[in-house]
Write a protein that binds this ligand. Structure first.
Ligand code: PLP
Length: 397
């Protein structure tokens, strides 16, 4: 087992929580119906709007991201409604399963788990749907199982080009706060997210940002719901309160996390993630390994999924890296089990933290006897030192 020093948590979420956020949460509970809470409630609800880039309501649930998915479904859709989804990977597949459990009629466009959503396919499917039977298009922005980021703005354009009224539902569970995203500008109807990735909080908060159109759809949707009901939330939220006991201390953390993101500047945060991701891919290439994502326009700034050489097990390598160097890397999910490992470089992560993690991977590959070339760490350093990387917008608080 590795000796002293800090553990490297390089899974693609939950991501490490900044000390400032930990300290902000480490305090006595307050009355969630009192004036101090009201101020906090108003601040975090407003701060979320800034991060989602919306003027519309953002609802905060004490839930994981999966709960927020369920909220998006039960508020806007009813059993029998047709939904268009795309098999970008494991999380899109889980969302489809949930939709099927709610008896939605899912048209699941097959995918190879190496590409994002093809906007042209969305447009073609919607053009074919002359009767407007499709009530919603539901996609994952950053597919955490594959390291592929879909082009949501282009998907919006495809829906508009087809002149189709379907709602656009987007999972930003592993992209919000790490990858540029604009709920209002991109005409997204429901944006689903959670706390434990780019927002740098512990797990426990789920979010839905809701467009006017989605709110209208929910009002006319007679399908059963209670805990997830937007109406029930929005009434007390207007005063900074919640209809049931909120996750008070996570909200203290959320306020601090939003402050941290805004102090650095959202554009700088997004540029930092891209820079770290590019350095990681440089390392992978130098090792002679393959990045799972096939389309450079869809490389994820959040994580890099790496294919193992044939007949080498990714989990055996991860085990060696953990035991010898105390680094947690993401496992391959579902059909990628054993075939890929994932390097998370999101949230509270900077150049030196990344270099530590990549050193752990390179030493782990050697220790596990995985065929590779040395020099990935040096290639990542060179990538970070490139003028375009150095000139990328950066603000140090
Ligand atoms: N969607 C994506 C893209 C995810 O990465 C995850 C979790 O990692 C989920 C959905 C499920 O979120 P949770 O585990 O918070 O319920």
């Amino acid at each position: 087992m590795a000796g002293k020093g800090r553990h490297f948590l390089n899974i693609p979420g939950p991501s490490p929580v900044p000390e400032r956020v930990l300290r902000a949460m480490n305090r006595q509970i307050i009355d969630h119906r009192g004036p101090e809470f009201q101020t906090l409630g108003r601040e975090v609800l407003e701060g979320c709007r800034t991060v989602f880039k919306t003027r519309q309501p953002v609802v905060i649930y004490p839930s994981s991201g999966t709960g927020a998915w369920e909220s998006a479904i039960v508020n806007t859709l009813s059993p029998g409604d047709k939904v268009l989804m795309v098999e970008t990977g494991h999380f899109a597949t889980l969302w489809r399963q949930m939709a099927a459990r709610w008896r939605l009629d899912v048209d699941f466009v097959p995918g190879d788990w190496r590409h994002g959503v093809d906007p042209a396919v969305i447009e073609a499917r919607l053009v074919d749907d002359k009767a407007h039977a499709i009530k919603a298009v539901a996609v994952v922005h950053n597919e955490t199982s594959t390291g592929v980021t879909s082009r949501v703005a282009e998907i919006r354009k495809a829906i508009d080009a087809a002149n189709h009224p379907a709602l656009l539902l987007v999972d930003t569970i592993s992209s919000l706060g790490s990858v540029d995203y604009a709920h209002d500008e991109w005409g997204v109807d429901v944006t689903v997210s959670c706390s434990q990735k780019g927002l740098m909080l512990p797990p426990g908060l789920g979010f839905t940002a809701i467009s006017e159109k989605a709110l209208k759809a929910s009002k006319s949707n007679g399908f059963m719901r209670s805990y997830w009901d937007w109406e029930e939330m929005l009434k007390p939220n207007a005063q900074g309160f919640f209809p049931y006991t909120p996750a008070t201390n996570l909200l203290f953390g959320l306020k601090e996390a939003i402050d941290i993101l805004l102090e650095e500047g959202l554009d700088q945060v997004f540029a930092r993630h891209k820079r770290l991701a590019a350095a990681t891919r440089a390392a992978v290439e130098a090792w002679g390994l393959e990045v799972l994502c096939k389309n450079p326009a869809e490389y994820s700034p959040v994580l890099t999924a790496v294919l193992m050489p044939p007949s080498h097990d990714a989990d055996a390598f991860r085990k060696v890296a953990l035991e010898k160097y105390d680094i947690s890397l993401g496992t391959g999910l579902a059909k990628l089990a054993g075939k890929v490992f994932r390097i998370g470089h999101l949230g509270e992560c900077n150049e030196l933290m990344l270099m530590g993690a990549l050193s752990g991977v390179e030493m782990g590959l050697a220790a596990a006897g995985v065929p590779h070339r040395r020099g990935g760490v040096a290639a990542a350093l060179a990538a970070l030192e490139q003028p375009e990387a150095a000139n990328a917008p950066r603000k140090v608080a």
